[in-house]
Design a protein around this ligand. Structure first.
Ligand code: BGC
Length: 289
């Protein structure tokens, strides 16, 4: 028999068709189904802060029971998140925090730590010697700023590890390919690349592969299938794996808990780990191919 959903939640992400966000959505949908909650998924077609904020405004106006959103740029997201809270609509930040806002909690990666681990891993893998090109998903989003900060701090005491240039992909795969080409054309000394958001590493791999640049060390972010494929081919050396499904699942559960009056911790960090191509190939993942 059809049972009316208890609550209507909305998940608003930076980009609606991004495969990383499909995994967050899958987790949120599974938790919603298990708890008889309706979940709606919204986001700009291409990452755009203003449109994202407008979607939060619309969710407030339509009086949803709870909002899950990234808190992309602190100064711009804090007022709209606080407005929702003031109207009695619970908000949880997912994947990217807006720490200064009144959001009930944050669920996602400790992005500074993730960037730090990435930097340490690269320094170790390359014995402290690298000329590095970086592509970040955004110069404004707090998770990207924190990842870069962590990465820079991790290599601060390594005189041989040098960041040559940083470009932004606006989390677009095509833009990431263009920016990789720019980096490699303008800085022929670059021998290592770090892609800080989910589609950057695979775009770097595509460009490196097309150019026959087997000498490049590529460190990616996230474990999306295409990234894993490039690792099996030996083009991407390692990736920082996040838990997008868990982020989606737990954020729905925490929203329900919040509505039911349970106290939440200030933040819940989901796991991260570094997966290397060597580990993948040793484990024989995809050995069928
Ligand atoms: C980040 C997300 C971002 C996505 C873009 C992930 O690594 O955690 O914030 O939206 O990359 O593809």
């Amino acid at each position: 028999m059809y049972e009316k959903p208890r609550y209507h939640f909305i998940l608003i992400s930076q980009e609606i068709n991004n495969p990383y966000w499909k995994l967050v959505l899958k987790g949120a949908e599974d938790a919603a189904r298990n708890n008889n909650v309706a979940i709606e998924f919204r986001g700009p077609v291409e990452s755009n802060l203003e449109q994202h904020i407008q979607l939060i405004e619309m969710a407030i106006a339509s009086r949803v029971d709870g909002i899950l959103t990234q808190g992309l740029e602190e100064a711009k997201f804090q007022p709209v998140i606080d407005k929702a809270i003031a109207r009695g609509i619970p908000v949880i930040t997912v994947d990217t925090d807006a720490r200064t806002s009144k959001r009930l909690t944050y669920i996602g990666t400790n992005n500074y730590q993730a960037g730090y681990q990435a930097g340490k891993h690269m320094a170790e893998a390359l014995h402290g010697q690298a000329k590095i090109g970086i592509i970040t998903g955004s110069f404004e989003a707090s998770n990207m700023i924190e990842r870069l900060q962590g990465f820079q701090d991790a290599i601060r005491d390594e005189p041989g590890m040098q960041i040559v240039a940083i470009e932004s992909s606006n989390i677009s795969r095509i833009r990431a390919m263009e920016k990789t080409a720019t980096l490699l054309n303008h800085h022929p000394e670059i021998n290592a690349l770090f892609g800080a958001s989910a589609l950057d590493g695979m775009a770097m791999a595509q460009v490196a592969f097309n150019r026959g640049r087997h000498d490049l060390y590529i460190l990616a972010f996230d474990g999306l299938p295409e990234t894993i494929d490039w690792m099996k081919k030996g083009v991407i050396a390692a990736t920082v794996v996040q838990e997008p499904y868990q982020m989606g699942y737990h954020s729905v559960e925490q929203l329900i808990d919040a509505i039911q009056g349970k106290r939440l911790q200030p933040s819940y960090y989901t796991d991260i780990h570094i997966l290397t191509a060597d580990q993948l190939n040793r484990r024989g993942v995809g050995a069928k191919e």
